[in-house]
Design a protein around this ligand. Structure first.
Ligand code: HEM
Length: 143
């Protein structure tokens, strides 16, 4: 990501973070609308989950542009999410719900360039979380 893109993500995140409780509620509502099959994977009370998700996004934003920092964020999530059987389609739904939430929280300031910068940041994290997917599929095929 370019330094300008990192700046766009940081500035918009500063607007979202103080609204994180509402934003998190919106995020999960949107996610379960996009893919209702995901709802049973989560606990009925999403407040703790929402806090963890926003802490992760906060860490992601802080790590942008820092060498090796993405892996610190993505590594533990890669391991936990392999256990949740998250598929590429699930990651797409999460990305779409995130973009929708950011747009709704940031409003007019969520410009085309800010959206593109967030897409890139999300793509980096979600790819790093799925890095073992190809290797696991190859190993299963070889068996
Ligand atoms: C980049 C995208 C994502 C981020 C940043 C993220 C983040 C997190 C975090 C921080 C947690 C709690 C800590 C942990 O268990 O590791 C969590 C739990 C979880 N995530 Fe994700 N996640 C993402 C994508 C997904 C996707 C695509 C699925 C679809 C299956 C998913 C399903 C779950 C489930 C089922 C839990 C456990 C819920 C519970 O214990 O009640 N996540 N996620």
């Amino acid at each position: 990501m370019s330094p300008q893109q990192i700046e766009l993500v940081r500035l918009s995140w500063q607007q979202v973070f103080p609204l994180r409780e509402t934003a998190a509620q919106m995020f999960y509502e949107r996610l379960f609308e996009l893919d209702p099959s995901l709802r049973p994977l989560f606990k009925a009370d999403l407040s703790q989950q929402a806090a963890k998700l926003f802490d992760t996004l906060n860490a992601l934003v802080a790590s942008l542009g820092e060498n090796g920092a993405l892996e610190t964020v993505a590594g533990p999530l890669r391991r936990s999410h392999a256990g949740f059987a998250a598929t590429p389609a699930h990651y797409e739904a999460v990305g779409a719900a995130l973009m929708w939430t950011l747009q709704a929280s940031v409003g007019k300031a969520f410009t085309t360039s800010t959206r593109a910068a967030w897409r890139e940041a999300y793509a980096q994290l979600s790819s790093a979380m799925q890095v073992d997917r190809g290797a696991a599929a190859a190993a299963a095929a070889a068996r």
